[in-house]
Design a protein around this ligand. Sequence first.
Ligand code: 0O2
Length: 205
Amino acid sequence: MKITEEAEYKEMILKYNFAMQILETELNILLKDYEYKKGYNPVEHIKTRMKSLDSASKKLKDKGYEVTVDNLIRKVYDMIGVRIVCSFLSDVYDIVDLIKSSKQFIIKRENNYIDYPKESGYKSYHLIVLVPVHLGERTEYIEAEIQIRTVAMDCWASLDHKLRYKFPEMIPEEIRFGLKECSKDIDELDLKMQSLYEILQRYNN
Ligand code: 0O2
């Protein structure tokens, strides 16, 4: 994928890399502090990535926008993406509250796709945050998307993602139906695991 404003794109990526480092550091501090205070680490794993130009360009085109640096900045909210995968449902909400309580980010938008799943069956909690990057005298606020979900939701999303690659035009109806059924099964599994976790906590107390 070609972008004509090469210098602007390079400058944008430089700043986005700064923002990604700031975001990673701040999340690390928040989560380590939480673990120290609660004596419990709610995170199974974290993945941070910068969206490729190809993938961002495709997203712009799919939405009917021209591929320009300005549109990458204004229309692609997840150039920087962080995925936090937790063991239990309650961990997801604890982490959402933790991030919302941080003075380092501004919460621009939140999408609760757990209580309100997407049509596909996709479930996850999304926070779009603004990360302040101090560049000499000025501060720029750079958008990043944080996805928080359980291991079970992550497993579903990973399969769905693979199928979207396999069937770029349209996932066959029987597979789409199967995926929606799996999404409901995952609901049940997460609720059962949550109950077991609560019983375990009672034993610990
Ligand atoms: P990738 O490859 O994961 O980066 P909008 O807010 O509606 O203007 P956007 O950004 O599509 O536009 O928002 P949305 O719907 O909240 O989706 C953002 C990201 O959530 C997606 O990024 C996916 O990572 C994930 N997601 C949303 N819906 C689904 C789904 O049905 N299945 C899976 N597997 N993931 C989903 P990208 O850029 O689409 O993909």
